[in-house]
Design a protein around this ligand. Sequence first.
Ligand SMILES: [Zn+2]
Length: 391
Amino acid sequence: MDGCEAVDRELDKVLTKFGGIDAHVERTTTNLIHSLSRLQEQFETDAGDFELTTTQASIVCDAVNQAREAVGRIATEHRDLHSTVSKVGKAIDRNLNPDFGTITRDGIFSGERAKILTQVVCQHLYRQGMLDIGDALCQESDQELDSQHKEPFIELHRILDALKRHDLEPALLWATENCEALAAQGSTLEFKLHRLAFLNLIKKGPKHQSESIRYARDNFCRFVKRHEKEVQVLMGSLLFVPGNVEASPYGHLFDNTLWDDIQETFTRDACARLGLSVDSPLAVCFAAGCIALPALLNICQAMQARQVSSIWNGKDELPIEIDLGKEFHYHSVFACPILRQQASESNPPMRLTCGHVISRDALHKLASGNKLKCPYCPGEQNPNDARQIVF
Ligand SMILES: [Zn+2]
């Protein structure tokens, strides 16, 4: 990330310089063209053959010299730009590693995996609302993506677009259709949508006051238990309808925060309702890769320098542990206390009869025949009694 920022700084310098030169060139050439065309017009109005007087000749000479000088200056400025641009290239070379070959395996994305990767990219595009690009990718890569991967996103984006335009109708319709499921997952979406609809009525002024009250009666009753404070605040805002409610102590209800919040709430709750993750899996992998790559590149360089790169046999585990930070913690991962390896599908955690848990490989290593002594307590048992644990 630091590398990207360093390149970004160089890029900013180039853009500033570009902007400056652009404005200057524009100004100079306009002036130049203007004065030369004036001169040309003058020549054309002086009809017939004539000879230039000395003064006229010197005016023409001056104009030509001026033009030559200006063009020379522009050329020099343009040349200076080259060095600034080439600094960006150097910053990229200095800050970013172009060779990721050492930390990947040949053919990792070939065959069936290439197909899966394309599907993941398509799903990401659909998720971002870039439906036509997703369709084009499917078509060009000769893949048929199940419509169930696409349709939920089409609907989500249609509703989100409406919310961005401050149109609550589609979202309210969706929330009403799914109200039971939303309530079961503890969603606040429906209340927040009705709150915005109510505030829209309030904003319309005193003429719509009775309509606002009716809306509140019809819709807020079932939310009072859970959102008592918020409903009280909304009812309080009614007092200021005859005046200017947006300049009242309730003015904060009308800034854009509630609209930003509703888009977030809708995306989160609708994804949960549809069984989708809020973040795109591809975006999460990419972000995790950006954090992990620098550390991996460093360790690979160190391993190569010491000629021990074969230690990392390129299987399903990394040569070092990389902490991606809390936001990447999705579920607990079991690490075997004996072999100090993370559990995997082929080496899952096993619960011994005494309650201690070790990996299956460790279990096999510790067992002798039908006997296994737990490494943590004196319990002796049959290794076949151990049960696999699924987190
Ligand atoms: Zn034990």
